[in-house]
Ligand binder design. Sequence first.
Ligand code: SF4
Ligand code: SF4
Length: 87
Amino acid sequence: MTDELNNLTEPEAVTANGGTSESGRLPFPVSPYVVDPAHCVCCGTCVALCPVKAIAMTELSAVIRGHCIECGTCESACPANAIHKNV
Ligand code: SF4
Ligand code: SF4
């Protein structure tokens, strides 16, 4: 009986492990604007000016999330010229 239960639950464990990979798909939408972390000086200007709060600050750089409305404010305001359209 115990062996039968083990045989039934093993495929479920395999499925659960496989579910952590999404076949190369990103877990969030790609933003129309991107920050180049090599140029960002973490001044916070873009975070403060974004009208929809789409930009977050990390230890390395600002990061633009998926709900950007493409207003261009951050690109124009960045003193390090670190934000550009995602082409
Ligand atoms: S305004 Fe530019 S330098 Fe400042 S945090 Fe944003 S991306 Fe970085
Ligand atoms: S383009 Fe506008 S909406 Fe998009 S991240 Fe920059 S400031 Fe925010």
